[in-house]
Design a protein around this ligand. Sequence first.
Ligand code: FPP
Length: 243
Amino acid sequence: MAEGDAGASLGKIPQHVAFIMDGNGRWAQARGLPRNAGHRAGRENVRRVLDACGEFGIKHVTLYAFSTENWKRPTDEVRGLMNLFENATDSELAELHRNGVQIRHLGRQEGLSPLLRNRLNHAAQQTRNNTKLVLSIALNYGGRAEIVDAVRRMIEAGLRPEDVTEESLSRYLYTAGLPDPDLVVRTAGEMRLSNFMVWQAAYAEYYSTPTFWPDFDREELRKALASYDQRHRRFGQLDQQAK
Ligand code: FPP
């Protein structure tokens, strides 16, 4: 399938889709496997979903990979996840780069291993001019922490109170320069944001599916996009103004 063709039957395709990849643990549990086996299956699925996003012509994909709250999980699970991120940012880089994917990291660098920081920075640096698809990985990410970090940086930069606007604050977020997500997809049934892109998703459409992340495939993505296609976005305005 040629890139972008898959969405031909859909009226509108979101420019930016953000995924809350939930349900790896339950996927593993249902198979009698350790939780980290679920995360490994989740990692494999990232490749499949990214390919499908490309086919549908989605230009921005953001993945909620590890929240600032996830550090409270059992040490073994955190270690397994960090190993997985260290490996993936190394082993997937060449192919992502070849496919024209730009990689960005959203989140705090403090707390991550020097190896993972280096790999994230290297991936961002190497792919910075790619334009086919922008993949943002939210890792050690918290939406409230992001706003706090932005305010701190604004104060450090010497902004005056009257310089603080929604536009200027947006420029200090980790997502500076990225469009806001149009659609937030959450797998595994929960219907909450869990501190994900709380600023940027103010006007996003939400889609929740009971499917666990490792099973979220191209057909599941198509269903999410079909649901988005039916939505009528008004951005707080009246119908006739939002057209
Ligand atoms: C939530 O499922 C998932 C995570 C905390 C980790 C998500 C990470 C991946 C899918 C790997 C992605 C890899 C890259 C390189 C971006 P959960 O463990 O909370 O599931 P549960 O609610 O069923 O326990």
